[in-house]
Ligand binder design. Sequence first.
Ligand code: SF4
Length: 345
Amino acid sequence: MKRFRRVSPSRYTAMQACLLREVWTASGNDSLLPPSPHAELGSIAHRILEAAGRGELEGVGNEGVDERWKALVSEAEARMELSPLRRHQVPLSRSIPDFQVRRLRTYSRAVEIARDAHRGSGKLPEPSRRATEFELWVESDEGELGGFIDRASETTEGVVLSDYKSGAILESGQEKCSRELKQAYRIQMQLYAALYRQRTDTWPVRLEVIPLQGEPIEVVFEPEHAERLLHEAKEFLRAANNRIDAVQDGTMDTTVLAVALPEHCRLCLFRPACSAYWDARQMDIDAKWPSDVRGILEEFTPLRNGKICLRIGQADSPSLSSIVVRGVTDSLDRHPSLTSMPIRH
Ligand code: SF4
């Protein structure tokens, strides 16, 4: 377990949500549950957009983007094939229902960015856009906060900072009826603004988040508020490292780093090993926790349809009836631990 040297604006709200998850991730711990294939595709899309911003896709058109996309997808799939947790998600085109839609959206945004990068290089100046920098590194005076801004465009009105997002950008449940940007992204952009000001002594005139499809969404900000967020993030880092030190020297337990709530744990890939999570489930049984169970495997029955059925006695509530899980594939490739289970015919 290591202290954090710096906070990235893109991870700040995740660190605030549950420090333990971020510590485990930063320490390089393997995830214990399969990551979402959508996240894998999102990171491929983002790498394509970054390449477009660096000018690597300039003038290549859809065919050049396609080549880069295929190379990144096959690289990701080769990596996923090595993991028993993930190989069932290969090919991504099968595990992600709207794979082709996401591919086409990425192409179209990448071509647009590549064109923009070309203009920004001064070869084809646009009246309202004077210079564009992509992947611009910004950090605080003492380096406690830092990250790459996807795009900083100098316009006649001033500098516009933009960040590309490959997934959903609106608060959940509001995608269709509201334009409420996720709070994490609003904070991230304001931190970028404050860091940009530290680097250049100038505030940007506009902050925006650009989804794979559709118009950019503006993040309205006040410089004083952005400065305050920056100060809070630095304070947060100091306090977080104090807690990590306390865990390392044994004066506190790792659970002091955890904030186990359904909305935090739902997407966490360390749930099986997290005692804070299992304890919290016990304390609040009515909350909307993920559908997990842990306990003793009491019965393992092959079914006629080629699937298997598991009966698991609940470790956390032995008085409650066992949980039956039906329809599990009997593929050893998918579930290698099946080899060590006793079978009841
Ligand atoms: S399971 Fe929940 S409490 Fe545990 S590390 Fe993950 S997010 Fe934090």
